[in-house]
Design a binder for this molecule. Structure first.
Ligand SMILES: [Zn+2]
Length: 447
């Protein structure tokens, strides 16, 4: 198994998710993108209090503004976002041209939006970011965050619009360029991706991560020179036009792909808006881009290894269902934990739950702890524990359906569209995750 860091290096917009063969599959835990990046600092308007005092003698109104600003900063620090924003809005009404107030209100709205987005309130986050943009476009910050929220919701076309507009205004913004380049990758536009990543590196020549990513994108662009793109109802399908065998297999592979999609959409009750890019790769090319134990990978695009199609058709059909499950779950907006990703991916594959139950039984005692459920399973060296995790996850999904009704997971996915994980869980199951999982866990501890 190659170290997982490699897979992360390949990944752009989403963590890479692999399909392992011949044993259980694996995935990176979905992460909250908004919480990952530092937010821009806010101005307090004066270096110290005595400066504020001096300002008072010069201008009483200025003192009022500075006090309001300090109060708002304090509220923000205490995570009272609404209070902070309310104070800045009020101060700005009285001083509509004050650049510090404009920037602070914009950034305060941005922080509030990040919190709402983490709670699953994506529309509210987008509304707050829109207000932030109107108050102060702040070097494209509100646009950047809006694009990220839209991407989490699977709304790529809207994210593209936001980024294009922001880049017209702020063509020198590395963050905007980088996000736009990663979006171009999943859209399949490698020329744009490389051009924008090059520009980003020119602006930030010391960034090692930009340099590495550009190298990967150039290699991919080179590989794609002989590739053709074909469209089916829900996919852009890309393959090497000079690989005669692959060309011959493509029509049937595309039929398998659409069949797999129909099954996955039915299993999950999720219908992503955007088209998904699928790369059909021969083993040699595939291995250059993915861990060698995997036969499929999702990193915003689905990559499938195709060696000998007729012989491998069954495996490829499983792999497709597995990876497409990850792709669909990534459009929910609220990140889904590893166990649910992998449990559903295995159910979609059509694996027999009875077999998974037997496998788990033969591996008892249970070593999977509650904190393992959203961990990065591919980073584990202990293959037996990895296997336990996959079986535990799949049987848990089935147990939920047995105990709460066959449609309960579809309800959960629907609730996740506008809520944080904890809230969606409670709305669906009537109690918190720890209680429900605890009951399932005890059913194994009794075995
Ligand atoms: Zn997986």
């Amino acid at each position: 198994m190659k170290p997982f860091a490699f897979v992360f290096a390949v990944a752009g917009l989403v963590a890479a998710v692999c399909y392992m063969r011949p044993g259980p599959a694996s995935s990176a835990p979905p992460r909250d993108m908004l919480s990952r990046e530092p937010l821009a600092p806010l101005q307090d308007g004066s270096e110290n209090d005595s400066e504020a005092e001096n300002a008072a003698t010069a201008d009483a109104q200025r003192l009022v503004v500075l006090k309001q600003n300090q109060q708002a900063l304090k509220a923000l620090e205490e995570q009272r976002y609404e209070d902070a924003v309310g104070l800045w809005r009020l101060a700005l009404e009285q001083n509509p041209e004050d650049p510090m107030l404009r920037q602070n209100l914009s950034r305060g709205l941005g922080r509030w939006a990040a919190k709402e987005s983490a709670l699953g309130h994506h529309q509210m986050a987008l509304d707050l970011l829109q207000e932030a943009e109107q108050v102060d476009a702040d070097q494209g910050m509100p646009a950047y965050w809006s694009a990220r929220v839209l991407l989490r919701l699977g709304k790529r076309a809207q994210a593209r619009e936001v980024l294009q507009k922001a880049l017209q205004q702020f063509p020198q913004q590395v963050g905007l360029l980088r996000l736009s380049a990663e979006l171009a990758v999943v859209e399949g536009d490698m020329a744009l991706a490389v051009a924008q990543m090059e520009q980003a590196l020119t602006l930030a020549p010391d960034s090692e991560s930009l340099r590495q990513r550009l190298q990967q994108l150039r290699a991919e662009e080179e590989m794609f020179r002989t590739f053709l793109t074909d469209s089916t109802s829900h996919f852009e399908s890309r393959f090497d036009s000079q690989d005669a065998q692959m060309v011959q297999w493509i029509p049937e592979l595309q039929r398998d792909l659409e069949d797999a999609w129909a099954d996955v959409v039915q299993t999950l009750g999720i219908q992503p808006e955007h088209r998904i890019l699928v790369l059909w790769l021969d083993p040699e090319r595939y291995q250059g881009q993915a861990p060698d134990w995997s036969s499929g990978l999702y990193d915003g695009r689905v990559r499938i290894v195709v060696g000998d199609y007729p012989a491998e058709q069954e495996t490829i059909r499983f792999t497709l269902r597995h990876e497409l499950t990850h792709a669909a779950l990534h459009t929910l907006g609220t990140p889904v934990p590893t166990w649910l990703h992998e449990g559903m991916a295995q159910i979609a594959e059509g694996r027999q739950v009875e077999m998974a139950r037997e496998e788990l039984r033969s591996r008892l005692p249970l070593r999977i702890q509650p904190e393992d459920l959203d961990a990065n399973w591919t980073a584990w060296e202990d293959r037996d524990k990895v296997a336990q995790a996959y079986f535990y996850a799949m049987v848990f999904c089935d147990w939920l359906k047995q105990n709460y009704g066959p449609g309960v997971l579809i309800n959960l996915f629907q609730n996740l569209r506008g809520m944080a994980w904890e809230d969606a869980w409670e709305r669906t199951f009537g109690e918190d995750f720890v209680s429900v999982e605890g009951r399932y866990r005890r059913s194994w501890e009794k075995e």
